[in-house]
Design a protein around this ligand. Structure first.
Ligand code: CMC
Length: 436
């Protein structure tokens, strides 16, 4: 655990017992109370479902100020990185902690370029999955299977193995995602081309049709790169916490990341981008107005939520959503796409921002609200939105896993519980419990 500790400046009284607790000073944001002595000294545990108050670790990777709508990777504001950096440079920043020199970045890009290829054996796994399988199911399986294909990169205590696994994951993930898409479309799998950029290779392997040239405007590449940067890390979110938790058992990087893919698939997390598009399409196709839809959301009928709204940490506008919204219009125009779902999204947002239900609960658009519309304009079907989120989040998962593994005070993640089940009772055999 890193961070300056102060001696016993928090006092906790439990019945007759008096406990002095140390704190860890944050460089920005919430300071932490060190709860380690709680159980040993009082026999009690901290109960905090959903971790609303609990920091699972100290971290130097990403800072969020949810009140002010601030997001920084390694100290750099997301607005600057999204505007001026590239996805692979941001990946290096997150993973190493500092921006690379030109030489370092070029060497890293060359290493990624070298590893984008997937062997024919690996390509077989796409043909055994049903075409209708959800892409996140195949993605999780494929990432997990990398552990079987690259045994020399598994040791979580060997820095060279970790660096290799890092490069292999970053390099092969775009190829894997493009193959999942092509398999669903019934198209042959293409090979990566050396010398093409990371984003170009991914887009071409995904969309190029047999016998056709693949040409997309520069705005396509730039927008995709920006969206990946915006998703690259988000401190201790659900999927990242899953990656850390799995890794805390010294599971290898692939299996840990595969767990992150699983967590991300949920509609309250990364799956929200797909759910937003379904919601906007529903509003359009059912002919109800956004206002009517919002009334249903507020009634909480059937647990209906406004997808793409709300966030555990952001209690003002999600800064990522603000950037995506700026891009949405420009990208659609440059790609020559007119999408009525964007108009519905604007209308839904306007209704929500002036409605007491959303104002009181401080619910604003999150990153998923507008991303689907851009992805759709680029030609991705809704089922591919969450795999794109996973591609973006990959550097964050890797950076956080590496930070956790390198922490000498790290322990296996093992939450406690407050047991509220039955007290001791004697087993009664079936023949006695329920005689024939
Ligand atoms: N629509 C309607 N009501 C909502 C919404 C929403 N999207 N989000 C929260 N609320 C209500 C919730 O019902 C509760 O109301 P009440 O106080 O009357 O019980 C109140 O606001 C507080 O909500 P919460 O569920 O306690 O908040 P949380 O921090 O546990 O959940 C969230 C955060 C993101 C899971 C939630 O806002 C949500 O389900 N949003 C929709 C799904 C979504 O867009 N997820 C993407 C999140 S950003 C990208 C990512 O992390 O993957």
């Amino acid at each position: 655990m890193t961070g300056a500790k102060t001696t016993a400046d928090v006092q906790l009284t439990v019945g007759e017992q008096y406990l002095a607790l140390e704190t860890v000073q944050a460089t920005a944001g919430n300071h932490g109370i060190v709860m380690a002595p709680l159980n040993a000294q009082t026999g009690m545990v901290a109960l905090d479902p959903g971790f609303l108050n609990t920091a699972a670790c100290t971290s130097k990777v990403t800072f969020i100020d949810g009140e002010a709508g601030v997001l920084r990777y390694r100290g750099y504001p997301i607005e600057q990185l999204a505007g001026e950096s590239t996805f692979l440079e941001v990946a290096m920043l997150l993973i190493r902690g500092e921006l690379p020199t030109r030489h370092e970045l070029e060497a890293f890009e060359a290493r990624i370029d070298k590893h984008m290829y997937l062997s024919d054996d690996f390509r077989q796994i796409f043909s055994v999955m049903p075409r209708r399988a959800h892409p996140m199911a195949t993605l999780g399986a494929a990432v997990n299977m990398m552990a079987g294909f690259y045994p020399e990169s598994l040791d979580p205590l060997d820095p060279a193995a970790i660096n290799l696994a890092t490069a292999l994951l970053l390099a092969k993930m775009p190829t894997i995602i493009s193959y999942i898409y092509r398999r669903a479309q019934g198209n042959a799998l293409l090979y990566p081309q050396h010398g093409q950029s990371y984003i170009e290779n991914f887009a071409r392997m995904t969309f190029q049709l047999p016998g056709e040239r693949f040409e997309v405007p520069e705005v396509f590449y730039r927008a995709l790169d920006t969206l990946l940067i915006l998703h690259a890390d988000h401190e201790q979110n659900c999927s990242t916490s899953a990656v850390r938790m799995i890794g805390s058992a010294r599971a290898n990087l692939y299996m840990s990341v595969s767990g992150g893919v699983s967590a991300l698939s949920g509609p309250l997390h990364g799956g929200a981008n797909e759910a937003v598009l379904e919601m906007l399409s529903y509003i359009r196709d059912s002919g109800i107005t956004p206002l009517d839809f919002m009334t249903r959301v507020k009634d909480k009928a059937g647990g209906l939520k406004l997808m793409g709204f709300g966030h555990r940490v952001y209690k003002s506008y999600d800064p990522r959503a603000a950037i995506v919204k700026q891009h949405a219009d420009a990208v659609l125009e440059a790609l020559g796409v007119r999408d009525e779902l964007l108009d519905i999204a604007y209308e839904v947002e306007q209704v929500a921002l002036s409605d007491d239900y959303f104002i009181e609960r401080r619910l604003y658009p999150n990153v998923d609200f507008y991303t689907g519309i851009i992805y759709r304009a680029m030609g991705f079907p809704a089922s591919m939105f969450t795999p794109l989120f996973a591609l973006g989040r990959l550097p964050g998962w890797i950076a956080q896993w590496r930070e956790m593994v390198a922490d000498p005070s790290g322990k296996i993640g093992r939450p406690r519980q407050v047991y509220v089940g039955p007290g001791l009772r004697d087993y009664v055999p079936l023949a006695v419990r329920d005689p024939r």
